[in-house]
Design a protein around this ligand. Sequence first.
Ligand SMILES: [Zn+2]
Length: 236
Amino acid sequence: MLVVKSNKMVSCPRCCSCKVVKNGKKKTGIQNIRCKACKLQFQEEYLYWAADYKNRDLLKRMLLRGSGVRDCAVVLGISASAVLRCILRMGKAAKVWPKQGAYHLVQIDEQWSYVGNKQKKVWLLYAICKNSGEILAANWGKRNKKSIRALLKKLQGVEINFYCTDNWQAFAEVLPKEKHIVGKKYTKNIEGINTWFRTRLRRLARRTVCFSKKLIYHYSIMKTAIYERNIRASYI
Ligand SMILES: [Zn+2]
């Protein structure tokens, strides 16, 4: 266990390993520390709030637990614009892709939300694995056949036995007939995830005044939620 100047014991903020070593100093005199387990380099202390891994993680937890941008800003003592900058950064780092090469039952559903005002509806169309709940792919756009095709493109190369959807006509026109199962009772799992989205993300909650002002923030936060849900379900 490494003990730094301030007499604090240091562990890795990412993997919590105690196998950390000193790794030179910054120009400012702040100690660099490197985790031997996951290779993360971090600092003993940070001059800029959002550079600190722990702070960013805390902010992410708040955003994915129903707090809006202004809630986070007030509780964490930072500016709303700093929160927004972090959201963009999180969105860029979040990637959504199918982890396996083959799936038996895949459920597809769409969910609407809005940006700016209620007339500007945007649709999230996404696919999940029925058994694991993993979100395989997501597409944001209008509610039309083009969006379904865009989603399927993201699933290219993945072997899927059956697609389960509700009875929206566009699904029947795009999905291969022999693999398409229609009915509300086959999309229960994804309906549950729809509810999860609305509960976890403030900007998706019904009957609030919280909503995204710009598409980029809207998409970034949803992508982050999907990414985090896929990599560590317990976190969410
Ligand atoms: Zn580590």
